[in-house]
Design a protein around this ligand. Structure first.
Ligand code: PLP
Length: 505
């Protein structure tokens, strides 16, 4: 019989793990010293170098939020009757957020561990609603192609078909295509407010009309924008309506750990009414351990993150969020103006708030944007890289107002350097290094496939080919899928994986 799983034959054939379980514990000082050393190569978000991943409300506010986290470090919201304080914090965070999003007395929700979990829950809720209410056996959701990967993950986890709807030239979802895609299996429409890659808000009002007309659910992914756009609107920015003020919006995800400036591990998932939210819950009544009911995906739920979410809203308050939104939006404008002042660069589309992408203009078509990104990374800046179109992705927060001129000065230096390269510049040390790194983890034969796939697509042949060019040429293929799986496997192990650009070799 063909062996499906590889079991070690003999104990002696098993290689020893390279790190053994610690014998004696370290004292606090040594422990923290070691950890501080480990941090040396991390991104310096404290000084505003991170245009992704970290939202910093300033020292004073973050100390208050940290103290709240610390106070509830050990508590577990798995059983809210044991910790009524946590139950109250969660209920109040949901109620305050519902107020921000124009909910009413029926609006309800849960705190989850992050945007991804909130989206997973929204899709799972829609699946159950579709099955129970609409008798749909094979539910399908329609999402803009720019929607967050968490929706694909949800489809993958929960067996829900995910149909990708194209976006218009302005990167907002094409409503004609959305309408045409509605089928008898459709349970849920999705729009982002805003989308991550281009920072634009989908036409939520039109999505709402469609949802009402067809009797469908509509989820608005405001994971990133939820705690920014309401304040931007109050400050006079032209933000279109996207929340419960629109009748078709049935659920909203908004992360307190992003522009809410709370500790990581806190997102809200809100529903228009309790009936809908019940489809999110999980209950088992005949378990040997007794009746078990759980509102979200997790079992144990971190008291610290829940307490810190409440503390962030309470200590910052509307006045604080308005002040930080004003600083953030000012920094965004200054960055965009400084970037667009280079004729070779342009802002992609018309971003609605404080996240945006920039790439090359017609005049700068020979600039290799990923090489520019590498140069900026070497100067310590951290950000994401978009694939469509090729661009650098910037998420601005209030701390960036202090570093706008530093960033723009570094951008000029990096651009001057990269302007000397041609698009076909393939000797970039960083790229070669990256490709070599990738080479180590590629499945056998994959490199040859990549070489042929990228030939004629600006790739120029690995290992000299630009890594990102290769990635682009292979996007969506099984080869790239396997490569990324292998990469993730390595990344989640002990072996060192070269992931940072550096000039050293
Ligand atoms: C629009 C949007 N949705 C969902 C998410 C996922 O959030 P998380 O990383 O907290 O899971 C993000 C993250 O950036 C996002 O920007």
């Amino acid at each position: 019989m063909k062996e499906l799983v590889t079991y070690p034959r003999k104990k002696s054939s098993m290689k020893k793990n390279t790190i053994s379980f610690p014998k004696a514990g370290l004292d606090k000082e040594t422990l923290l010293q070691k950890m501080t050393e480990r941090r040396a190569n991390d991104t310096h978000w404290q000084t505003g170098k991170a245009f992704a991943l970290v939202y910093h409300p300033g020292k004073e506010r973050s100390e208050a939020i940290k103290a709240a986290y610390d106070m509830f470090f050990s508590e577990n919201a798995l059983n809210p009757t044991a910790f009524p304080s946590l139950r109250q914090f969660e209920a109040e965070v949901i109620a305050m957020t519902a107020d921000l999003f124009h909910g009413d007395e029926n609006t309800c929700g849960s705190l989850s561990s992050g945007g991804t979990e909130s989206i997973l829950l929204a899709v799972k809720t829609a699946r159950e609603w579709g099955k129970k209410k609409m008798k749909i056996a094979h539910p399908e959701i329609l999402i803009p192609e720019t929607a967050h990967p968490a929706f694909y993950k949800a489809g993958y986890y929960f067996g829900v078909k995910v149909t990708k709807i194209p976006v218009r030239e302005d990167f907002r979802v094409d409503m004609e295509a959305m309408k045409a895609a509605v089928s008898e299996n459709t349970v849920l429409l999705v729009g982002s407010a805003p989308s991550y890659p281009h920072g634009v808000i989908d036409p939520i009002s039109e999505l709402s009309d469609l949802a009402v007309e067809k009797g469908l659910l509509l989820h608005v992914d405001a994971c990133i924008g939820g705690f920014m756009t309401p304040f931007a609107k109050k400050l006079g920015w032209p933000i279109p309506d996207w929340d419960f003020s629109l009748p078709g919006v049935t659920s909203i995800s908004a992360d307190v750990h992003k522009y809410g400036y709370a500790a990581k591990g806190a997102s809200t998932i809100l529903y228009r009414n309790h009936e809908l939210r019940k489809h999110q819950f999980y209950v088992i009544t005949d378990w040997s351990g007794g009746i078990y009911g759980s509102p979200t995906m997790l079992g144990t739920r971190p008291g610290g993150a829940i307490a810190a979410a409440w503390a962030a809203l309470m200590t910052i308050g509307e006045a604080g969020y308005l002040e930080m939104a004003a600083r953030t939006l000012k920094a965004t404008q200054m960055l965009q103006e400084g970037i667009a002042a280079h004729p070779e660069l342009k802002i992609i589309g018309q971003p609605d708030v404080s996240l945006f992408a920039f790439g090359n203009s017609e005049e700068g078509k020979n600039i290799d944007i990923y090489a520019l990104a590498d140069e900026l990374s070497k100067m310590g800046w951290s950000f994401d890289r978009n694939a469509v179109p090729i661009s650098i992705h910037i998420t601005v927060n209030q701390i960036h107002l202090e570093v706008v001129s530093d960033f723009l000065a570094d951008l000029k230096t990096a651009l001057d350097k990269v302007k000397k390269f041609r698009l076909s510049h393939v000797t970039s040390k960083v790229q070669i290094k990256a490709v070599k790194g990738l080479q180590k983890i590629l499945p056998e034969g994959a490199l040859a496939k990549i070489q042929s796939a990228t030939a004629g697509k600006g790739g120029g042949g690995a290992p000299k080919a630009a890594m990102y060019g290769m990635m682009g040429a292979l996007a969506g293929t099984g080869d790239l899928h396997t490569m990324v799986l292998n990469f993730l496997d390595k990344l989640n192990g002990l072996e060192k994986v070269e992931i940072k650009a550096s000039e050293s070799d």
